[in-house]
Design a protein around this ligand. Structure first.
Ligand code: ADP
Ligand code: MG
Length: 456
């Protein structure tokens, strides 16, 4: 059923899609946005047709705001978004791998059950720095010899720090090196959906064969396996995962939490995930953020004054996706109005980008004094050589928080906490991580400390 002006709606939606792809990421775009169609625009009301109830809920809950925002930016007036499940959604736009300016010949990595890879997410476009050096090295190694080095490779980080980028880089690289390879990239949500459909339609055998017959299996956002559906899909996932590992195929998993903190029920799955290489991505420091912005600005073909990039990099600290969003907004403004980009102008353009919890900059000294107070320990002893139990615990907690709340490197944290080496820092971090995964009291204690540090 058309709603309001159909043509206007369609135009608005087709200009919004490429931007949305940037904002929501390739996986969500391909799983949920590609198969939508504008139904019409009626004043400020925009009607969007989506293929399933699941897609509707997913988009509304997670991306409703950003979609409305994107539409409003293009329409230049506020937009209210309404979604409807429609039977036939015609002519889906192309996958963004094809829509995006191709920097490498699109490897055409699309097999049944997977999502097309985005050529923008190549190793060449990935800025390597302390915050991601290890994960990058492991990913490159895996891309060069899939199945032979580290399987599974488990990459985890907070949102927007490059997990999807690295996974897709692995896929692109492995496929380009050998086009005969069967590379599958998919999000865990899409895996879960496939399992549900397969069970409903009695195709589980086929599904198994498809997923077990791959050379490189890249599963993104695995936290959804547990969050969405529970045992059936988790079991199915576990079996596929095992089969692939046992036949020396390459498995790469991305997650928002380390294996020990994942809410999965299957302990064997958890321990197998831990058996491979576990690499995390940390928030980039300001220099790295500037380097990333420079790279993206160059790709957009816009010459940004250095001080403008610095301003953006300083304002947006924690999430590279948000950083990119801000840059794109500036680029859009610039190409629309053709005005020189100055710091005050840019400040205005990105005024609504909140720096939220990162507004308050937490230092290692803050952490030391907070922890010392909370656990009645002497700060000097925390930094000192003593290894008695009473002082080791506060030290470990402080180190854990330093790694969670600041963007300091292992070396910097170790140096601050009494000149300890990076393996000591990692050990402390894992120790506390283990404890809080298993002990709710510790979890609450640490969460409270975190909130206090961030001034929440
Ligand atoms: P995640 O999957 O961890 O949420 P993404 O991989 O989607 O994060 O990254 C968010 C955005 O930031 C992407 O557009 C990605 O290209 C960009 N990005 C992340 N890390 C880097 C990096 N080191 N160099 C360049 N771009 C990066
Ligand atoms: Mg991702």
């Amino acid at each position: 059923m058309p709603k309001g002006d159909q043509k206007l709606g369609a135009e608005l939606w087709s200009s919004a899609l490429p931007r949305l792809a940037q904002r929501v990421g390739n996986a969500t775009y391909d799983s949920f946005l590609r198969n939508t169609a504008a139904l019409g625009l009626d004043g400020e009301d925009f009607f969007l047709g989506v293929p399933t109830q699941f897609a509707k809920e997913w988009l509304e809950q997670r991306h409703g705001e950003v979609i409305a925002e994107c539409l409003a930016e293009i329409a230049k007036h506020p937009v209210r978004l309404h979604m409807e499940v429609t039977d036939s959604v015609q002519t889906p736009p192309p996958p963004i791998a094809a829509a995006a300016p191709a920097q490498v010949a699109s490897a055409g990595v699309e097999v049944f059950g997977g999502t097309a890879l985005n050529p923008r997410y190549s190793f060449d476009n990935f800025v390597v720095a302390d915050c991601n050096r290890f994960a990058h090295a492991a990913a490159l190694q895996v891309a060069k010899s899939p199945g032979h080095s580290y399987s599974p490779l488990f990459i985890h980080s907070r949102v927007g720090l490059g997990k999807t980028h690295l996974m897709q880089a692995i896929g692109l690289y492995a496929k380009q090196a050998n086009p005969a390879r069967n590379v599958v990239y998919l999000s865990a949500e899409s895996f879960v959906n496939q399992v549900i459909t397969a069970i409903r339609e009695g195709h589980t055998e086929q599904l198994r064969r498809r997923h077990r017959n791959v050379d490189v299996w890249l599963v993104d956002d695995i936290q959804f396996i547990a969050a969405i559906e529970g045992p059936a899909s988790e079991e199915e996932f576990f079996h596929t995962f095992n089969t692939l590992c046992e036949t020396n195929k390459q498995v790469v998993i991305a997650s928002d939490a380390p294996p020990r903190q994942l809410k999965i029920m299957n302990d064997r799955l958890r321990s197998r995930l831990e058996m491979g290489i576990v690499a995390d991505l940390r928030a980039p420091d300001v220099e790295t953020r500037i380097a990333i912005l420079e790279k993206k600005a160059a790709a957009e073909g816009i010459d940004f004054p250095r001080e403008v990039l610095e301003h953006v990099a300083k304002k947006i600290e924690s999430n590279i996706r948000v950083l990119e969003g801000a840059l794109l907004k500036i680029c859009a403004y610039h190409s629309l109005y053709q005005v020189p980009l100055t710091v005050p102008l840019v400040e205005e353009i990105i005024a609504d980008y909140s720096t939220s919890s990162t507004d308050k900059h937490v230092t290692l000294e803050d952490i030391l004094s907070h922890v010392a107070r909370a656990l009645s320990a002497d700060p000097k002893e925390i930094l000192g050589p003593k290894r008695s139990k009473e002082i080791v615990w506060p030290r470990q907690v402080a180190i854990y928080l330093a790694r969670e709340v600041t963007d300091k490197s292992l070396a910097e944290i170790g140096a601050f906490f009494g000149g300890r080496d990076h393996s000591t820092v990692l050990h402390a971090y894992n120790k506390v991580g283990d404890l809080l995964a298993n002990d709710e009291e510790v979890l609450w204690f640490i969460n409270d400390l975190k909130a206090a540090l961030r001034g929440e």
